[in-house]
Design a protein around this ligand. Structure first.
Ligand SMILES: [Fe+2]
Ligand SMILES: [Fe+2]
Length: 212
């Protein structure tokens, strides 16, 4: 029997994943793209700015875990579930890289992580329950917004912070690929009101977690 067909197993797996994400227990399956980037001199203010931006990115990756976990859990087909699981493993690399960079910058993840995990989990569940094509469409729209947001961080990060930039650049490449993969699987376009609601939620997230 497929382990995902047993509701209790699915619940335990989901709760276990959430606890690991929120406790910072995760590991990257690929080398950190920042490993060979030079550690540049930065002012105190630049350190704080880089840490603020990387904290926002870290929360984004916490939310990505919640979205992909809920979308995989409530997917209608095994094919969609497999696609969400695959993307989720790559997102875990992003989470680990952002966490490592945050600690190198002498900072810590956002206190608001549990709140945003819960919110994203609810959104992902709603998208999944609407159907696989809608759920894939939600991925396309999410990844499109995340990609634009990462591009804006490449403009805002201190130019000499090669380590943070290397991580953000690789994440951007991966997010584009996740969106493309979901599109190729027959994603349906997300309705405009939902797109706007997603933008509003991301605005709340980015403006709060830069600081806390
Ligand atoms: Fe990501
Ligand atoms: Fe992604």
């Amino acid at each position: 029997m497929n382990r995902f067909h047993n509701p209790l197993d699915r619940f335990i797996t989901g709760a276990d994943k959430a606890l690991r994400v929120l406790a910072g227990v995760h590991s990257a399956s690929r080398p950190n793209p920042a490993a060979h980037a030079a550690d540049a001199e930065m002012t105190e203010q630049e350190y704080r700015h880089s840490a603020g931006l990387m904290r926002v990115n870290h929360v984004g990756e916490v939310m990505a875990q919640a979205l992909y976990n809920s979308q995989a859990r409530f997917a209608k087909s095994d094919q969609a579930r497999a696609a969400f699981d695959k993307a989720s493993r790559e997102e875990e690399d992003h989470l680990a890289w952002c966490a490592q960079r945050l600690s190198e910058l002498g900072s810590q993840p956002s206190f608001l992580n549990p709140l945003f995990y819960a919110g994203a989990y609810a959104l992902g569940t709603a998208a999944a329950l609407a159907g696989d094509k809608q759920s894939l469409g939600f991925v396309v729209e999410t990844e499109r917004q995340v990609e634009a947001h990462l591009a804006s961080h490449l403009d805002r990060l201190p130019p000499q912070d090669a380590k943070s930039r290397a991580i953000v650049e690789q994440m951007r490449v991966d997010e584009i690929a996740h969106g493309k993969a979901a599109e190729d699987m027959g994603a349906e376009k997300t309705p405009l009101p939902i797109q706007l609601a997603m933008k509003a939620m991301s605005k709340v997230m980015t403006s709060s977690t830069y600081y806390i």
